[in-house]
Design a protein around this ligand. Structure first.
Ligand SMILES: [Zn+2]
Length: 437
């Protein structure tokens, strides 16, 4: 507890024992999860639907109750800002998203936003005045399941997409992003981007099995995997399955099948960090008695090191060319998207690591395998992330689950990482002195 007399201590001594209220955080998570709750215990709250509007209303109400100033930008991103002593200083921002996958869980995204809310509540309860303002962001349409692009709100904030591009996107029913945003009342007037950030921290469930498997509570996230997406079209010749002799066939599905194995082998050669996946395939004409003449497929490749990813790219092209030669097929392989590997800001990673040690929490360093708003924000502000375990590493699924004590621990790391930046430069430079865990 912080007593009134602590206020006369140096800021770091007054706040070192500060902790979030884990019960209150859990209650907020469960209250929000009721909006769009599914019978199997998950959440379906797609971006810019009525349910998303209700979720936003609930969380904005909570943020407003903390006394934070609420602003909404043209992309529907929401910013809640708690005053600092120097109120024009660059903001120490945290946040995530509250839209979900069609059969999503209670924690993906929601945790990062509500952990930020819990930080504001905790600072208020203890009467802490930070030097810099502390903010919580709710980014629009992170999941990308109703509208592309994925991470659209944070991407627009970082200047990756123009607002016009975002507003024109349509869902499968032809509804425009801009119209959906207006309909739920979240087409704000604040300009997109153009906000001075001192730092951005995002807490998130890991969405993978590593922390749980190693019995760690906190992932100190140092960056994110580089990512390359490909479309690949195999062309052979449709032929009758009966009369066509085996040696005369140009079977596009054989090419695609060999490529699935080649893609797997390629990632295994770059273990443990390489990832390669074929997740989509369309066989044409897809008929029982026709040798397939055309197959469309996708490849997703990831690696934390851009040099390795470039090597995987060459190996993919070589393997594809060899298969095509062998089977007398044509193969058109196109890279359709690419994110370079991102390395988070070392001072922000240090802040997370120091907070984790101060709190005495078992932790490991890791890179994010999934996309997050933080990856775009890292392009415009010093950024890092905090991961906590989720049950069996499962996410984007109604059975997604996490333990209250882990969520509380991650929120405490978030609180102290934020304080490292927000209390002022003197404290930030002294922070190694409190690193006693
Ligand atoms: Zn997420």
């Amino acid at each position: 507890m912080t007593t009134p007399s602590d206020m006369f201590l140096s800021p770091e001594r007054a706040t070192v024992s500060l902790r979030v209220d884990g019960v209150r955080l859990w209650r907020s998570l469960m209250d929000l999860a009721r909006i769009g709750a599914t019978p199997k215990g998950g959440v379906r709250r797609l971006a810019l639907t009525d349910l998303d509007g209700q979720g936003r209303d609930l969380v904005v109400g909570w943020l407003r109750e903390t006394g934070a100033r609420i602003e909404i930008d043209g992309a529907g991103n929401i910013f809640a800002t708690r005053r600092g002593r120097d109120d024009v200083a660059a903001v120490v921002l945290t946040g995530s998203h509250i839209d979900t996958q069609p059969s999503g869980g209670k924690f993906d995204g929601n945790y990062g936003v509500l952990a930020g809310l819990e930080v504001l509540r905790t600072l208020n309860d203890a009467g802490i005045v930070t030097e810099r303002p502390v903010g919580v962001a709710i980014w629009t349409n992170e999941e990308g399941s109703r509208f592309v692009p994925v991470m659209g709100g944070s991407g627009a904030f970082a200047g990756v997409y123009t607002l016009e591009h975002l507003l024109q996107q349509r869902d499968i029913d032809g509804v425009a992003f801009g119209d959906a945003l207006r309909r739920i009342g979240y087409a704000g007037r604040t300009p997109v981007g153009k906000r001075a950030l001192d730092a951005y921290f995002e807490a998130h469930i890991e969405q993978g099995p590593i922390l749980e498997r190693e019995d760690k509570i906190v992932g100190v996230v140092t960056g994110a995997l580089g990512l390359s997406w490909y479309d690949c079209i195999w062309t052979g010749q449709d032929a009758h399955a009966g009369p066509t002799p085996m040696e005369a066939r140009r079977d596009a599905l054989r090419g695609a099948s060999q490529m699935v194995e080649a893609v797997h082998a390629l990632a295994m050669r770059h273990a443990p960090d390489g990832r390669a996946t074929v997740g989509f395939m369309q066989v044409s004409p897809n008929s029982r008695n026709v040798v397939p003449g055309l197959v469309k497929m996708s490849v997703d490749m990831r690696h934390p090191d851009d040099g390795h990813l470039a090597k995987m790219d060459r190996e993919l092209r070589d393997a594809t060319a060899a298969i095509a030669r062998d089977l007398r097929l044509e193969c058109d392989l196109q890279q359709v998207d690419h994110f370079p590997a991102s390395r988070f800001d070392s001072s922000c990673v240090d802040a997370v690591r120091a907070a984790t040690r101060t709190l005495g929490l078992p932790h490991r360093e890791m890179v994010s395998g999934a996309g997050h708003d933080a990856i775009y924000i890292a392009r415009v502000a010093p950024t890092s992330m905090i991961f906590v375990p989720c049950k069996d590493g499962i996410s984007h699924n109604e059975i997604e689950d996490a333990r209250p004590e882990h969520l509380e621990a991650g929120a405490n790391v978030l609180l102290h990482a934020i304080l490292t930046r927000a209390l002022g430069s003197r404290v930030a430079s002294d922070s190694s002195g409190t690193d006693g865990g």
